[in-house]
Design a protein around this ligand. Structure first.
Ligand SMILES: [Zn+2]
Length: 68
């Protein structure tokens, strides 16, 4: 019977991308939700929409949605 060798995942130091800081950028009449991890949402005509995009991104990444 073959012995299955299980390896633990190797942690390669710090992970600077673990923090997601979402900001809403406004350009003209459009708003863009962008994140410090490099993620960004398409342009929206309403700020609420951009906030929603941001909230969904944070939720997907398992981050708490900031109040306000
Ligand atoms: Zn992010």
């Amino acid at each position: 019977m073959a012995h299955v060798h299980s390896e633990l995942p190797v942690r390669t130091g710090a992970a600077p991308e673990s923090v997601h800081r979402v900001t809403i950028e406004e350009r003209g009449s459009f708003c863009f939700a962008t994140c410090s991890c490099g993620w960004f949402a398409p342009g929206r005509r309403s700020r609420d929409r951009s906030r929603r995009d941001a909230s969904e991104h944070l939720a997907q990444e398992g981050q708490d949605v900031p109040e306000g």
